[in-house]
Design a protein around this ligand. Structure first.
Ligand SMILES: NC(=O)c1ccc[n+]([C@@H]2O[C@H](COP(=O)([O-])OP(=O)(O)OC[C@H]3O[C@@H](n4cnc5c(N)ncnc54)[C@H](O)[C@@H]3O)[C@@H](O)[C@H]2O)c1
Length: 356
């Protein structure tokens, strides 16, 4: 095949034949899969993100915008909002329990992150926890389906498995959630799955997330132990033998983008890549920050090893590690960007503000 320009009725090559050979080689290297991926990645989607001002949301929303999407960031803002204004970002301060505040016109996809987001907070007011994390999930999914939205990504939790001695916790294991928080997530999953005829339902069971976010959480294990070492030079480990899976905040937020780009991967996915005992996390911290480790008895028996092979089979790959998270937190603390503030601890902050 030759590409020609016609001048004075006589076909002539515009460039040397070598140029056209290179063009053909480049064209052939774009396999159908790569072209499809490219098309998906460039499609602009209007995304409604609940809990968008939270720890994960504050990292996810800027990534969605950078990927070219329009975002409606919906949050009750218990912990404030650290999202920066952008022409493609609409920030709505609202409550998922109030369907009238949830405006889904023109939305293509929902990423549902809002919840009372850990065990002790869930126990503060179980009715509130069930209303936000479960009943409102039902109302949101129902409204999304009625609005003709075709994609729904739900942030469940790896803690739905409870205590498990299974060497590898896979998605098909029986769920034995222990806390109100875990139970709302288990029920939330079933609710969302009941809409899978209407929408591409993608459920993530993340491990404990670690790393820096503009809306910081210091009540999650890696972050908490790192801050203890930095601020007090003592790390208190409760029990220490419990094995917990971890995922870096950059990876969990990348995963939501990946799922948005790949609606064919429906169903439930574990997302945790490093199963490490709490004591070993503490030891990893002391490799970077000198600190004494004090071990005390624990009342928290949750221990499980997450297997994320199903997720890896989709082609998704994590890029960061617990070690990266620790190093980043240490660096940001020493630069004065990260501070040990009350707002960064969900339980204390909820007791002081939401419950008062
Ligand atoms: N961080 C983790 O380690 C982790 C692990 C597994 C699962 N998850 C899940 O991921 C999601 C996000 O977690 P996170 O760490 O960002 O938590 P987060 O507490 O930082 O964020 C939750 C957000 O939800 C908002 N919210 C609470 N109630 C609301 C309501 N009624 N209406 C609107 N917004 C409301 C809060 O203001 C907050 O900004 C949660 O559902 C959590 O259960 C988190």
């Amino acid at each position: 095949m030759q590409i020609r320009a016609h001048t004075c009725g006589r076909p002539t090559l515009l460039f040397s034949p070598r140029f056209y050979v290179i063009l053909l080689i480049l064209g052939a290297s774009r396999s159908p899969d790569r072209i499809e991926q490219y098309t998906r990645n460039t499609a602009i989607v209007r995304v409604f993100v609940t809990g968008a001002c939270g720890y994960k949301g504050s990292v996810l929303v800027p990534k969605l915008i950078a990927a070219g999407h329009d975002v409606v960031a919906f949050d009750i803002q218990w912990f404030g909002s650290f999202l920066q204004p952008h022409p493609n970002l609409t920030i709505v301060k609202g409550d998922v329990r109030h369907p009238g505040e949830v405006e889904l016109d023109g939305i293509d996809a929902v990423i549902h992150l809002s919840s009372v987001a850990n065990d002790p907070c869930g126990d503060l007011d179980p009715k509130l926890t069930w209303e936000i994390s479960c009943l409102a999930t039902m109302q949101l999914a129902d409204r999304a389906a009625r609005a003709g939205i075709r994609r729904f990504i739900y942030a469940s939790s790896g803690s739905v498995y409870g205590v498990s001695d299974a060497p590898e916790v896979t998605e098909d294991l029986e769920l034995l959630p222990l806390s109100e928080y875990n139970k709302t997530k288990m029920c939330g999953e079933r609710i969302v799955l009941s809409y899978r005829q209407d929408m591409a339902v993608q459920i993530v069971r993340p491990a404990t997330v670690c790393g820096y976010s503009p809306r910081m959480r210091l009540d999650v294990s890696v972050n908490m132990l790192t801050m203890q070492a930095l601020a007090k030079s003592i790390i208190t480990v409760f029990g220490g033998d419990q094995t917990r899976p971890n995922i870096h905040i950059d990876d969990i937020t990348d995963l939501y983008l990946f799922l948005l780009d790949n609606p064919q991967h429906t169903g439930i996915y574990n997302a945790g890549f490093e199963n490490i005992s709490i004591l070993d996390i503490a030891r990893m911290v002391t490799e970077r920050v000198p600190a004494e480790i004090v071990i005390t008895p624990s009342s928290d028996p949750r221990s499980y090893r997450l297997n994320s092979d199903k997720l890896l089979a989709t082609g998704f790959r994590p890029k960061k590690t617990v070690g990266d998270a620790i190093a980043e937190l240490v660096g940001l603390y020493r630069q004065g960007v990260l501070k040990n503030e009350e707002r960064h601890y969900n339980l204390q902050w909820m007791q002081k503000t939401v419950m008062s």
